[in-house]
Design a protein around this ligand. Structure first.
Ligand SMILES: Cc1ncc(COP(=O)(O)O)c(C=O)c1O
Length: 362
């Protein structure tokens, strides 16, 4: 018996996700927050008497109340997920599937297309203009196709770091007539959000995560904001206990310690800026301006740089061949001392590769 004969045909064409795990490296590859949780928060979390023999609150009531206070969206307009990855899949399960299509704007976050494949939804790419700018007219044009039910926008966009104009995003929400998912995973770093427009657009969903600014990537916690009716539709495809009790508690506490996180966010912005400036000093590098906590850049040879940096203990993300832009690397800052060491390593490699003159060395 060959079990492959029994599998859904479209599953056969999927590749399992997941990457290699490196130990003993400075992790700069996943846009995470490298700082430790605020002191009091760790203690409160460890000391909280959670009953792990019981199922979590299936409605995550207390967490939703905390998110409601933070975002200004009423609790019945909030859905929490096992990372925003799960929420992307839930949106596609609800509005996508066989015979439906989703518009995406590559280069962007890869999980949109991955979730489209898993749910049998067709992905319709509308590449960014010059690899960086939203092609609003083309997105609206493609969205007119009857099979399109969803448009996913990401701002600031991973991996380019570009913040799209609020007016353009709203134009798509207003004119498309489709579900518009606004992925704001990095909103805390740029200060722009469409959350305050949710009341005006029943088709608008804003997606956020605790993985980036709040440093909870390992606990898998994301949330979706929208009008109550839209959210209640997506809630139908949710697994009852999709967010575990420890993560629910961590999310509540993270928002309680918001002031500490705001300091970390400012520090991360400064560190990103410091690395950005250092990279732009290497003449052959093309470095893209960023509105987030990560930087996309193209060195003279991405493969060599990725390897050389790894040999020196720095893990950056090799983005492969990006649409329009080509082979690129992406990094997010580590702790300040690691970033200093990283910049030094960049100069050493650049010198060894004769990309900078000796006198240029700081
Ligand atoms: C744009 C974007 N959206 C969503 C995610 C996933 O976040 P989560 O950890 O909440 O699944 C990421 C993670 O890299 C991301 O860059």
């Amino acid at each position: 018996m060959d079990v492959a004969d029994l599998v859904r045909p479209d599953v056969l064409s999927l590749e399992p996700l997941g990457g290699k795990v490196y130990s003993e490296v400075v992790k700069m590859d996943a846009n995470e927050n490298p700082y430790a949780w605020p002191q009091g928060m760790r203690e409160e979390l460890e000391g909280s008497l959670l009953q792990f023999n019981r199922y979590p609150d299936p409605n995550a009531g207390e967490l939703k109340d905390a998110i409601s206070e933070y975002s200004g969206v009423p609790a019945d307009g909030i859905l929490v997920g096992n990372g925003s990855d799960e929420l992307i899949q839930m949106v596609l399960l609800t509005f996508g599937g066989e015979g439906k299509a989703v518009v995406v704007h590559p280069p962007t976050f890869g999980m949109y297309q991955a979730a489209a494949r898993v749910t049998g939804t067709k992905a319709l790419p509308v590449p960014l203009l010059n690899g960086l700018n939203l092609d609003v007219e083309r997105i609206l044009e493609r969205a007119q196709a009857p099979e399109v039910s969803i448009i996913i926008l990401c701002s600031p966009n991973n991996p380019t770091g570009t913040l799209f104009a609020r007016a353009d995003l709203l134009k798509i929400a207003a004119a498309s007539g489709k579900i518009v998912v606004m992925d704001e995973a990095y909103a805390e770093f740029c200060g722009q959000s469409l959350v305050d427009e949710i009341a005006n657009y029943p088709n608008l969903l804003v997606m956020r995560t605790f993985s980036k600014a709040f440093g909870l990537a390992g606990l898998r916690l994301g949330y979706l904001l929208g009008q109550a009716e839209t959210i209640s539709l997506i809630n139908r495809v949710r697994q009852p206990y999709n967010v575990n009790s420890f993560s629910q508690k961590a999310g509540i506490l993270a928002l309680k310690y918001l002031d500490h996180y705001l300091e970390q966010i400012e520090a991360l912005k400064r560190e990103t800026e410091k690395i950005y400036r250092a990279l732009t000093e290497i003449p052959v590098f093309k470095v893209y301006p960023t509105q987030s906590n990560f930087i996309l850049f193209q060195p003279d040879d991405a493969d060599v740089w990725h390897r050389e940096l790894l040999e020196r203990g720095f893990l950056v993300r090799h983005m492969g061949e990006l649409p329009v832009l080509g082979k690129s690397l992406r990094l997010s800052p580590g702790l300040p001392e690691d970033n200093e060491a990283f910049i030094k390593a960049v100069w050493e490699i650049a010198m060894a590769r004769k990309l900078v003159k000796l006198q240029a060395v700081r």
